[in-house]
Design a protein around this ligand. Structure first.
Ligand code: ADP
Ligand code: MG
Length: 441
């Protein structure tokens, strides 16, 4: 199939051509026709498989071809969990609205509220937003969505993890037009809360699942390395920095402090590195992202703030300095590499504190992982034996290069964790909302 077969408006086809895309990706082939016939949609497909265009193209087609239900109200709303992702989606959208009468605005936290009010007064047709700040405007009556025709949730499950269910319900209520179409996207959409969201927001949705989060991503080589403690992890990191052919690298850590410290360590190793965390002002966050995506820096050290959706094609390596507490985040973090058909490397350091997280990841991936041993940097830590996981396999001596130690076939069980909640200001810097405990975003 080629893009022409989708019968899109010639202006959209020209924009696609401009991007140099020869044919729609698998997920685009499935999703675009379903949206065009008016279905609600729930799409899960692997990271980097082209989900953004799978909603932007049919959304634009609908806006160009059908009459607006309301002259004043926004016609389409795209929500994303982080400001950085919302910005990226907005940038792509701008390519498609060029040469069309469609107007758009970006509404994210950390930016001037009054300026955004002015933007919204101009009644943009499409709004790309983070949920916290959007709800602020809705409550402030600077935006109206009774006539909303398309509600699109990118990384929908992450918005739930961040505690945005009440906001999503409020938006749903404010835009409950029966002609509204709702689309949900992620690489990981199979938890119970997503089902709840689907039931309340979507009507008889068409489900597309292509290469779900559980499946091995064919373009990403995954390695796991045991580590004893922080200093050992730093030595392993240095080894990786010295030996891997890194174009660009994202290092994920559990805390903002680590993000700053490891950025300094990379700089000492001759890599230009920046830290990105929610501790920075929005202006600083924008600068870091612009400079990293522009290639000015080689390494980005960050928290789960950057685990979702960001499309940085020069990222050849991802390192999990600490494992994420939520197994889905593992899939999203490593998915920052190996995008759009490119190959990527994902290396995870596993210390005693990471062990529970590793078990969750194995349960999520439905397989036991294999460990790599780096000669001279072997760990004494070799996993924690529990009645369900016996990991007492001998460490192979690693005289030269790397040897691979096969982890015994632990049968991973689905792990259910108690969900704690606490109050905290969101990624949006908006009023505190009740949210689940997450890592330092
Ligand atoms: P996902 O949301 O599934 O993680 P993205 O929408 O961010 O993936 O797309 C990943 C990359 O693939 C982007 O760089 C995008 O420009 C590119 N891409 C999207 N559609 C196509 C296509 N039809 N052909 C080639 N590349 C594409
Ligand atoms: Mg995406």
């Amino acid at each position: 199939m080629v893009f022409q077969d989708l019968r899109l408006d010639p202006r959209l086809l020209r924009s696609v051509q401009h991007l140099g895309f020869a044919k729609p990706t698998d997920i685009q082939q499935e999703a675009i026709p379903a949206v065009l016939v008016g279905r609600d949609l729930i799409v899960s497909s692997k990271t980097g498989s082209g989900k953004t265009l799978a909603y932007l193209l049919p959304m634009m087609q609908r806006l160009l071809k059908s009459r607006a239900l309301s002259k004043q109200d926004a016609r389409a709303l795209i929500l994303a969990p982080t400001r950085e992702l919302a910005k990226q989606v907005y940038a792509q959208l701008r390519l498609f609205i060029a040469n069309t009468p469609v107007t758009a605005a970006l509404i994210v936290g950390g930016e001037n509220f009054n300026d955004q009010e002015k933007l919204l007064k101009r009644q943009p047709n499409v709004i790309v937003a983070t949920p916290g700040r959007f709800i602020d405007h809705l409550e402030h009556k600077s935006v109206f969505i009774e006539g909303l025709e398309l509600l699109i949730l990118d990384e929908a499950d992450r918005m739930l993890d961040l505690g945005f269910m009440p906001q999503l319900n409020a938006i749903n209520k404010a835009a409950s037009h029966r002609l509204r179409q709702t689309l949900m996207f992620s690489a990981t959409l199979d938890h119970a809360e997503v089902d709840e969201l689907t039931l309340s927001l979507l009507k008889n949705p068409f489900r597309v699942a292509l290469g779900s989060g559980h499946e091995q991503h064919s373009d990403i080589r995954q390695q796991f390395i045991f580590a004893d403690h922080l200093t050992h992890k730093e030595a392993l990191l240095q080894h990786i920095l010295q030996h891997e052919p890194i174009k660009q690298l994202i290092i994920f850590t559990a805390t903002r402090d680590d993000a700053e410290r490891l950025a300094a360590l990379c700089n000492q190793q001759g890599y230009s590195a920046m830290g990105l965390s929610a501790r920075l002002t929005q202006g600083q966050r924008n600068t870091v992202m612009q400079q990293f995506s522009g290639g000015k820096y080689q390494v980005l050290v960050t928290t789960d703030l950057a685990s979702r959706g960001l499309d940085l094609l020069q990222v050849s390596h991802v390192i999990n300095f600490d494992l994420p507490k939520h197994a889905e985040e593992y899939v999203h973090r490593i998915g920052r590499t190996g995008r759009a058909g490119a190959k990527g490397e994902a290396i995870s350091l596993v210390g005693p504190k990471d062990w529970p997280a590793l078990q969750k990841i194995e349960a999520f991936l439905r397989q036991a992982v294999e460990f790599t041993v780096i000669a001279g940097l072997e760990a004494r830590f070799n996993g924690i034996s529990t009645p369900t996981t016996k990991r007492n396999a001998k460490v192979t001596s690693a005289a030269a290069g790397k040897t691979v130690k096969k982890a015994p076939n632990a049968k991973p069980k689905a792990v259910k964790t108690a969900k704690k909640t606490f109050f905290e200001g969101g990624d949006d810097g908006t009023a505190p909302v009740r949210r689940k405990k997450i890592d330092a975003v």
